[in-house]
Design a protein around this ligand. Sequence first.
Ligand code: HSE
Length: 423
Amino acid sequence: MTRTNITIGLFGFGVVGQGLHAVLERTPGLRARIGRIAVKDRSKSRPLPAELFTFDKNDLLDDPNLDVIVELIDNADDAYLIVKEALQKGKAVVSANKKMLAEHLPELIALQRTTGTPLLYEAAACASLPVIRNLEEYYDTGLLDSVEGIINGSTNYILTAMNRDGQPYAEALAKAQALGFAESNPALDVEGLDARNKLVLLLAHAFGLVAGPEKLLAVGIDRISPLAAAYAREQGLAIKLVAEARRLPEGGGIAAAVLPTLVASSHELANVHDEFNGLVTQSGFADRQFFLGRGAGAFPTASAVLSDLSALTYGYRYEYKKIQQNAHLTLAPDAAEVDVLVTFDDAYPPDEADFTQVHEQFRSARRGNYLTGTIGLGQLARAAWLRQPGVSVVRLAVPLRAAKTSANAQVIASKRVAAIQVD
Ligand code: HSE
């Protein structure tokens, strides 16, 4: 598609759909207009003429006058069927549905290849930040070492409101919902699952590694205990929900996870507040680079959709070059380790045998219990205690790192378990 007048078939008219309508009105240079809108709920009153709306997806998918399908609906299963059919019918698609994309990425990549029809989704990761196209195009030389970032706006808004403004969790979450930042099911945000879906997209474009979301460890902010929050405060550190993907040295594969993380004030991510997202890339020669911008909300997300629409007008598509180039790359959670703070009730203590090293142990009937230690990323993901009631896991610093190798296996063999301090 290389024409400059485009007529859009829009699926969904919620927060982002309405945002797109508003930004298109203010962007005459793009020469794009919404031709038809498919919606689900027949009872809602809408601010545009009724004849613009339909309840039948085929009114859009079969309309030869519509050049591009923009898919902005909530239900990931319905979105998948719409996007698949649109591509099969040769209609270019722009989607913001990270859950749908993460769950079906291999098939959607294959479908783009067989149909020759593009699917763009800049809005699905970090809303207004141009991360997908940058990872795809700029960092295509194999020199990228890592991406680490705050890639969910709602949880960052909640953490900021709690830590900076002293708001209770429930109140901060309600505000994030009212402002249109949260998913319709906010569990996706607070359990780290939305960030995990976005990490799937970052992995594909940063490293050419296509992995299902279920392969990645995600711990959310819903389990951060008051003791973990107090620990962070006492150490002068910020708790942030950080997604990270890192190439391990010597061909060790990729380590990737979403974890609440204690971040030092000197780190770029410590200063990402409210619904903003931030992404730090580390690459050979360029060193560290930092993207910062609004990560949720109607206009920031619509801005990325707009950019994709513009890209379609000059024939842009993702080529997924790195998938071929890096075909040997795999996820290697057992080759990575992290330092963590685990807080827990007496009923469900973590199993010390899972740790490479326990650094510190503290028990208090008054304040609660914690331990700090080093644990393999794969071991942490498999640990039964991780999901038990009262257990809270927070990573102690940002980079994932390579686990100790057999060269210094003696350190592991004689692992030190710290004495228990009692308050
Ligand atoms: N719920 C998402 C977030 C919306 O808070 O980041 C933007 O993807």
